[in-house]
Design a protein around this ligand. Structure first.
Ligand SMILES: NC(=O)c1ccc[n+]([C@@H]2O[C@H](COP(=O)([O-])OP(=O)(O)OC[C@H]3O[C@@H](n4cnc5c(N)ncnc54)[C@H](O)[C@@H]3O)[C@@H](O)[C@H]2O)c1
Length: 423
């Protein structure tokens, strides 16, 4: 077992290819995007991830990794293609189906097939397996060993986490799980747990659903605190002194391509019995409107107010703006007619059509500043800058990250006590 064909060379497939190549496997990386393939064959990469450029260059130079637009025969096939959501939030498993179809001509008896893409429960049984069965493979007889092995890496630490995270390997059969576990055992230093494919699918989805629900309760607490005039941050600090309580921080909503998306993969399969998951999604999705509501209250006496918006990404210290609630807030504010000037030290102008400004330009003559990401730069920022550059130094901090200062009026989501319209 020494050749692996990896289908999909994005944030998951490419680091996975590089790590298996480093372990001595011969890797054929397949992508439908020719640019990705050409870039990789030159020893370069098209995504940003610490440690990845060196690993890919080393693998390509050693001849262990090559890229192609078509699959090849191999011992193991790893599928790492996207699973976006449709407009109605249902999962689009077409990429996984197409990737499975693309390997059909290259399969041999005894091959191991591993789906790493995040998929709704039963997708391995109901989407992947039927394609293989229809092509003539007898899966109950283990002609092929088919598994789902979800990824839980965090961008920025992918190279480290691919090796050290605990892995769940869910097989269509116990033998399939065991074969897939053998593949990972050759590179993974974390624990490897064998289970069924549907339990592996559900475990991955429940991890992010659990996080979504926990963020939702913090966000709901922020709304309750506003209604009852209580400081939610103090409440959270005190409640978390209980040895078995860990309430998270409220914020402007949930973004990214995992927590804001994965719960829908469960909900679509079990709508009638998931009111909690659905409500958590609604609460988190309602936060941008809650923020906009506070901004409107602050600015109701002003004619054409200028707002400085700090932070566009969905979490701190990254450049990722996918599904970012900060962008939702900004677009809603623009739609309401606000003159908005955005600043984010991580986002590059080519990533967005939103015009980006320096700290000073964003703050210049602004009536209020709205902080939507807790980047280190904002935590460390001298708060007197607000006073120096703004028309009125009023800050609405949705991430509880701006330092207090006598010369600024600071309101926090979770502690909006005394919020009154700017005169
Ligand atoms: N990025 C993460 O941090 C992360 C973490 C956990 C799970 N996941 C899951 O892993 C999967 C892959 O995510 P990603 O971030 O690597 O996606 P990505 O968009 O970065 O990369 C996917 C690649 O697959 C290629 N592709 C699409 N269809 C193809 C096909 N039929 N054949 C060959 N290539 C094809 C695309 O061109 C693209 O280059 C998704 O299901 C995602 O939810 C991602």
């Amino acid at each position: 077992m020494n050749k692996i064909c990896v289908i999909g060379l994005g944030y998951i497939g490419l680091p996975t290819s590089a790590i298996f190549a480093r372990a001595g496997y011969n890797i054929v990386g397949v992508d439908v995007n020719e640019n990705v393939v050409n870039t990789l064959n030159e020893g370069n990469i098209h995504i940003e991830e610490p440690g990845l450029p060196e690993a890919v260059k080393e693998a390509v130079d050693s001849g262990k990794l090559k890229a192609s637009t078509t699959p090849e025969e191999a011992d193991v096939f790893i599928i790492a293609v996207p699973t976006p959501v449709h407009e109605d939030k249902s999962a689009n498993t077409d990429y996984v189906a197409k990737a499975t179809e693309s390997i059909l001509p290259y399969l041999k008896k005894g091959n191991t097939i591993i789906v790493e893409s995040t998929i709704p429960p039963r997708t391995t049984d109901d989407v992947v397996a039927p394609i293989l069965t229809e092509a003539g493979w007898d899966l109950p007889a283990n002609d092929l060993y088919v598994s789902h092995c979800p990824e839980r890496v965090i961008p920025g630490k992918i190279m480290e986490e691919l090796i050290h995270n605990t892995r769940i390997v869910g097989g269509l059969s116990p033998e399939a799980a065991s074969k897939a576990a053998d593949v990972y055992r050759s590179v993974v230093k974390g624990e490897i747990h064998e289970t069924t494919s549907v339990e592996a699918e559900m475990a991955k989805l429940m991890e992010n659903t659990y996080r979504d629900i926990n963020i939702a309760i913090a966000n709901e607490l922020a709304k309750v605190s506003d209604k009852l005039d209580v400081n939610a941050h103090e409440v959270i600090n005190l409640a978390n002194m209980h040895p078995r309580v860990n309430i998270m921080q409220p914020g402007p909503g949930v973004g990214g391509h995992c927590i804001a998306v994965d719960p829908y993969f469960i909900i679509e399969k079990a709508k009638e019995v998931t009111p909690l998951m659905q409500t958590a999604r609604q609460i988190n999705d309602s936060m941008p409107d809650f923020v906009v509501g506070q901004v409107k209250e602050l600015t109701e006496n002003l004619q054409k107010p200028k707002l400085a918006v700090f932070g566009l990404t969905y979490k701190a210290n990254v450049d990722d703006i996918r599904e970012s609630p900060a962008i939702t807030v900004l677009r809603k504010l623009q739609k309401e007619g606000y003159n908005v000037a955005a600043h984010d030290p991580f986002v590059r102008q080519e990533q967005t059509d939103i015009e980006l400004h320096s700290v000073e330009d964003a703050l210049k003559d602004a009536d209020a500043a709205i902080v939507l990401a807790d980047h280190n730069q904002f935590k460390e920022m001298d708060p007197s800058l607000f006073q120096q550059h703004m028309k009125t130094p009023v800050v609405l901090d949705t991430r509880n990250c701006i330092q207090k200062h006598d010369d600024i009026t600071l309101y926090q989501i979770g502690h909006l006590t005394g919020l009154k319209p700017i005169e």
